[in-house]
Design a protein around this ligand. Structure first.
Ligand code: ADP
Ligand code: ZN
Ligand code: ZN
Length: 731
């Protein structure tokens, strides 16, 4: 027999299909194998087996060995990897890697075995006991313990009975067995078991999704409308049909209650895939899904590649979230991958959000998706009132603190009544910038074109783009002046000021600095939900999906922050963020309140957000996008050229611009925009960055194929060049 194999080398020279021979009948398409390649033995995936080969049979080498009996890839995931190669422009090896836990490649994780001891089958209990010397009390105790408790992990016995264990093993009285241990993470997540009866509206949502002739449903439900319960019910029904489900959340470490609910309801039937797990846990969870031991895969973006068969349902919660677009190769869009799997399996796809992406809502309105709305919170609890605090007035009044007087009053009331508050600011650190008052010089990172953020805790200046850390300055590095001032607030400063304002309040901070460890998020969120703190200050980590019943006040400290970006989606992002953060308030019995601080109180996006007017926002936004030919009416194609050598980067981008200009000339009408410029972030990690920006009519894959080919030729040596389609981040 012969096999077509893709070897696990991602550079383009090896991006071909190689043929090998084999006799082992366990080898099938999807198997992981070892093959001889260029004098070495490397891993590969069999994508096809056949009786005849297309080459001189004598030159074909045999497969060295089969790695696992269960093929790692299925017919579906093999087809999906082809789709990724075509749509994301990556090598076959890189596409295949998305489907395998890193730990599986190169045999990095060994399966763990756990050893148990029990009384040996042949051993006569009373005889052994009578033979023991009177002084061997420990051994007696151990025997009695095992008689009562049966098989027990050896480690526990060793800890309890010490040398007695070995003594009895030597006498042949104990039997040792080893069992494979599957490391299941978050076993001890408790609570969340409260079972609810679906409301009539939730019931209708489930029915609408099930009965729709469309595979994809957009579940548009306001914050607190009970979308999670709808998901759980759908998963339950899917399992009852003998099918599997995938549930995606924006970032799993941020949504412990989702995890709690899934664990409480489905127990070990749910497997969790995410990067916060240990290597062993990840590996084991993956295999539990692959072998069909677990039927539900839960995770962030990459869990869309879960190795489940017989898929019946995919849920993408908070579908508008930016984390669903991958920012490194393969640059895939999770919804597109999910749609592929949904079509392949005839499985239902549910996109859920309180603020759907403009793109998805347009598809729902056009009838491409089924649309179901949950316009009210559970039990008709009102959405919290959002009050605008005009920061221009505050400044005029001489208030230079980060807190408006409205917010201060509300905080006071909230604390007095024993409730909790959340303060949101999407900027970590103490001050955003450090500026010389004499010459105006702003301290910058030496390898990036960005200003440094001051972190008071370790008295350092940090680059938030490359992570470089500098000592805090005592004098301006340009003019030597000792007069340095801080520009802009960060979460660290907010906590600092809050402590002065409310000395007895217990305050927690959640941002990237306080959540470095694997359990960091859980710890903070747990403490807050157990009411061990009164105020939670955080970056957008705290915006996502949390359900804290005692929060009655949310403060949005700088609502304008994301409006300043020149990105075409900044209005959309601002609307989403405000709605999400506001949605954390007043979720249980108590009425909630939101204070939104802004320097542009008349801004239409803010106005629509405070009125929860998604439809108004959508209508306006979509007409702007249409008039200006932006997505979803076109696609943005960006080519980035980076190099440590500025001149080389500039010359390369100019050459490329001329070459792409040829492509444009033969397709003039499809191009809505075509320009070459410095990237907004001119320098990053020591590399100078230039870009060619294009907006092209949707479809037109032949054009993007040609652009990719031209860019790929340049991507070598000291030049890093790549193409992105509708990137999430345009810096
Ligand atoms: P969403 O995901 O839409 O923001 P959740 O699913 O978190 O909303 O639900 C909000 C709150 O309402 C949760 O505390 C949840 O337990 C509760 N809830 C949801 N459905 C019901 C129901 N049918 N009966 C009672 N409480 C419910
Ligand atoms: Zn200076
Ligand atoms: Zn830097």
């Amino acid at each position: 027999m012969f096999a077509e194999v893709i070897v696990d080398i991602s550079h383009s020279e090896a991006d071909k299909i190689f043929e090998y021979s084999f006799e082992d009948c366990r080898i099938v398409s999807g198997s992981r194998v070892l093959v001889p390649f260029g004098g070495k033995t490397i891993e590969g995936i069999v994508i096809k087996t056949k009786l005849n080969c297309d080459f001189d049979e004598k030159k074909i080498k045999p497969i060295t060995s089969l790695l696992e009996e269960t093929p790692a890839m299925t017919a579906e995931t093999l087809a999906l990897s082809e789709f990724i190669v075509k749509t994301c422009y990556v090598s076959r090896a890189l596409a295949l890697r998305q489907f395998l836990p890193v730990e599986m490649r190169k045999g990095r994780v060994k399966e763990q075995f756990i050893r148990f001891a029990e009384i040996a089958d042949g051993a006569d209990f009373d005889e052994v006991l009578s033979l023991l010397r009177k002084t061997a009390q420990k051994q007696r105790d151990l025997l009695l313990f095992l008689q009562e408790n049966g098989k027990t992990p050896l480690a526990e016995l060793n800890a309890e009975f010490g040398g007695a264990v070995k003594a009895l093993v030597d006498k042949g009285a104990l039997k040792i067995t080893a069992l494979k241990r599957l490391r299941s993470p978050y076993k001890d997540l408790e609570g969340g078991a409260k079972r609810v009866v679906l409301t009539e509206k939730q019931q209708l949502a489930v029915e609408s999704i099930e009965k729709s002739d469309k595979l994809t449903t957009l579940l548009f439900g306001v914050t607190g409308s009970g979308k999670t319960e709808v998901y759980l019910d759908l998963i339950d029904k899917t399992l009852k049909q003998g099918k599997t489900a995938i549930m995606l959340v924006p970032e799993i470490s941020l949504t412990p209650q989702m995890l709690k609910q899934l664990r409480a309801r489905f127990g070990e039937n749910a497997a969790i895939l995410h990067s916060g797990l240990s290597a062993g846990e990840r590996y084991d969870e993956w295999w539990r899904l692959r072998t069909g031991e677990a039927h539900i895969a839960i995770g962030a973006r990459s869990a869309v590649f879960a190795p489940v068969e017989n898929l019946g349902l995919i849920i993408v919660d908070e579908e508008h979230d930016g984390s669903y677009t991958s920012e490194s190769a393969p640059r895939y869009n999770t919804a597109e991958i999910a749609e592929f799997r949904s079509r392949f399996n005839n499985a239902k796809l549910v996109l859920g959000s309180a603020t759907p992406s403009v793109e998805s809502f347009l598809k729902a309105k056009n009838g491409e998706y089924n649309l179901f709305e949950l316009p009210d919170r559970i039990n008709k609890k009102p959405l919290p009132d959002i009050e605008i605090a005009d920061m221009r007035k505050e400044v005029r009044r001489g208030n230079n603190t980060p807190f408006s007087s409205i917010l201060k009053d509300e905080l006071e009331k909230c604390l007095e009544s024993g409730n909790q508050a959340i303060l949101f600011l999407n900027q970590r650190g103490y001050s955003k910038t450090v500026v010389c008052t004499e010459c105006g010089h702003v301290q910058k990172c030496s390898s990036c074109d960005v200003s440094l953020t001051y972190h008071k805790e370790d008295d350092s200046l940090l680059c938030h783009y490359c992570g470089a850390k500098y000592k805090m300055i005592t004098a301006c590095t340009e003019c030597g002046s000792p007069y340095i001032k801080y520009g802009g607030f960060g979460t660290e400063k907010i906590v600092y000021d809050l402590k002065k304002l409310f000395p007895s309040a217990r305050i927690l901070r959640m941002d990237r600095d306080t959540t470095q460890t694997k359990e960091g998020h859980f710890k903070i969120l747990n403490e807050f939900s157990e009411r061990k703190a009164d105020i939670l200050v955080g970056t957008q980590m705290i915006a996502k999906g949390h359900d804290f019943p005692f929060v009655t006040l949310v403060g949005i400290l700088d609502a304008d922050m994301s409006l300043h970006f020149s990105d075409y989606r900044s209005a959309e992002r601002t609307f989403q963020l405000i709605t999400q953060v506001a949605g954390r308030s007043g979720r249980a019995g108590k009425a909630g309140k939101v204070v939104l601080q802004t320097y542009q109180p008349e801004n239409h996006v803010l106005r629509q957000a405070i009125n929860y007017d998604y439809n108004g926002f959508f209508e306006r936004e979509i007409s702007v996008r249409k008039a200006t030919a932006f997505p979803p009416f076109t696609k943005i194609v960006r080519v980035l050229v980076q190099s440590e050598n500025d001149e080389l980067a500039m010359n390369t981008v100019k050459e490329l611009y001329a070459e792409l200009g040829e492509i444009r000339r033969s397709n003039e009408s499809c191009f809505k925009f075509f320009g070459c410029m410095k990237a907004p972030l001119k320098k990053l990690q020591g590399k100078y960055r230039y870009q060619i920006l294009m907006r092209i009519d949707n479809g037109n894959e032949d054009i993007t194929d040609r652009i990719f080919a031209a860019v790929n030729v340049k991507n070598r040596g000291k030049i890093n060049a790549y193409m992105e389609i509708n990137p999430n981040n345009l810096t």
